[in-house]
Write a protein that binds this ligand. Structure first.
Ligand code: ADP
Ligand code: MG
Length: 352
């Protein structure tokens, strides 16, 4: 479409009235189709200009937000000009979860509003079906890992047939291979279907600090400066320490891989009336809008040896803690992940 406009602009002086009419008709047809799409699509779309003023919004945006987008947007504090994605809960017109996405365009920012209530409320059965599909899709990736211990086992069985006196040693080695197989399967299953978090009152800084110290020498080696800003006192949260370690580890590892060499990771922890908020900002590669759009979906990886599972698991773990995860990113500048974990007293109240 961009090329088309460029072409027309270049030749516009040479077009006669008939050719201009032809182009006009072509474009008005196109515009009316796009307009119909804009008005009928169930995705909420809002176009905001560089000053933050709404240029255009569709009926779905108003219906999903439950109010005029011009009233809703100032409350939402979206990062205009950046690619971002996050979820919010609304209570009016009914309790729903909306996903908000920003996509920078030439003269402003597109805001997409999508209803993800049904996705979030997916029944346990569906989650299990999802895990089943995921396992099936993963099979090819796992195949070679399973292949090696299986080969070793079959070799051991042959040896056993030929050299019964060596049985003890061969059985020991076989048992080791079986354990390895078991470990591989367990790892993938727990990655795909994490167990329910075992929540206990604790500060989120515990797992954060232990992850940071585990990664410290790697960061130093690659000249990545890490800063951590934590207030003197922090409200308690209900967390599963091991799972939150996995959350921070996945995020820090991604930040590390996005920076590669020489850069900064800035972490700050704050809180508001509802949540303890951890922001992890990296000075890495950043992501395109397309990458952000599909973030948290399995098997989306830009890395040669990536699994594309880290963020899906991370998002699920955060959700299992009753929290939310949000991202904003700019290509070449970096990425910020924001995690909100509900304060303990809020959770206790919500459960009562
Ligand atoms: P993996 O790390 O195995 O690729 P993840 O689910 O952890 O899988 O991440 C998915 C993709 O999201 C990555 O391949 C990368 O393209 C992108 N990504 C995640 N975190 C960052 C980040 N901090 N900076 C830039 N890109 C990121
Ligand atoms: Mg990762």
């Amino acid at each position: 479409m961009k090329d088309y406009f460029k072409g027309v602009r270049r030749h516009i002086g040479k077009l006669d009235a008939n050719q201009l009419r032809e182009q006009y008709e072509l474009l008005s047809g196109e515009a009316s189709a796009l307009d119909t799409l804009f008005r009928t699509i169930t995705l909420g779309i809002i176009l905001v200009d560089e000053t933050g003023t709404i240029q255009k919004s569709n009926p779905a945006a108003k219906a999903l937000l439950g109010m005029e987008p011009s009233d809703a947007l100032p409350e939402l504090d979206l990062p205009y000009g950046k690619s971002s994605k996050r979820e919010i809960s609304i209570t009016y017109p009914e309790a729903r979860t909306l996903e908000l996405q920003t996509v920078p365009v030439e003269n402003g920012t597109l805001v997409y509003v999508r209803d993800v209530t049904a996705e979030k409320e997916r029944s346990e059965e569906e989650l299990q079906r999802g895990a089943f599909n995921a396992v099936r899709d993963l099979a090819s990736g796992v195949a070679h890992e399973i292949g090696n211990p299986l080969n070793a086992l079959s070799l051991n069985l042959q040896l056993l047939e030929r050299n019964p006196p060596d049985a003890a040693e061969i059985i020991k080695e076989s048992r080791h291979q079986v354990e390895r197989l078991d470990g591989i399967l367990r790892g993938f299953l727990s990655a795909l279907r994490p167990s329910r978090p075992n929540l206990a009152p604790a500060a989120v800084t515990g797992p954060l600090t232990s992850c940071l110290s585990a990664l410290k020498s790697q960061f130093e080696q690659h000249r990545i400066a890490v800063t951590v800003d934590v207030p003197g006192s922090l409200p308690t949260t209900a967390i599963d320490v091991a799972q939150m370690e996995q959350v921070f580890f996945n995020l820090l590892k991604n930040a590390f891989e996005a920076i590669r060499d020489g850069g900064a990771i800035d972490i700050d922890v704050t809180y508001d009336d509802n949540d303890v908020i951890v922001r992890l900002k990296d000075s890495g590669l950043g992501m395109t809008s397309e990458q952000v759009a599909h973030l948290f979906e399995p098997y989306r990886t830009s890395k040669e040896h990536g699994t594309g599972l880290g963020l899906m698991i991370t998002a699920r773990l955060v959700r299992d803690h009753g929290g939310t995860i949000a991202v904003e990113s700019e290509v070449g500048k970096g990425t910020t992940f924001t995690i909100r974990i509900p304060r303990l007293e809020k959770r206790v109240r919500a459960l009562k």
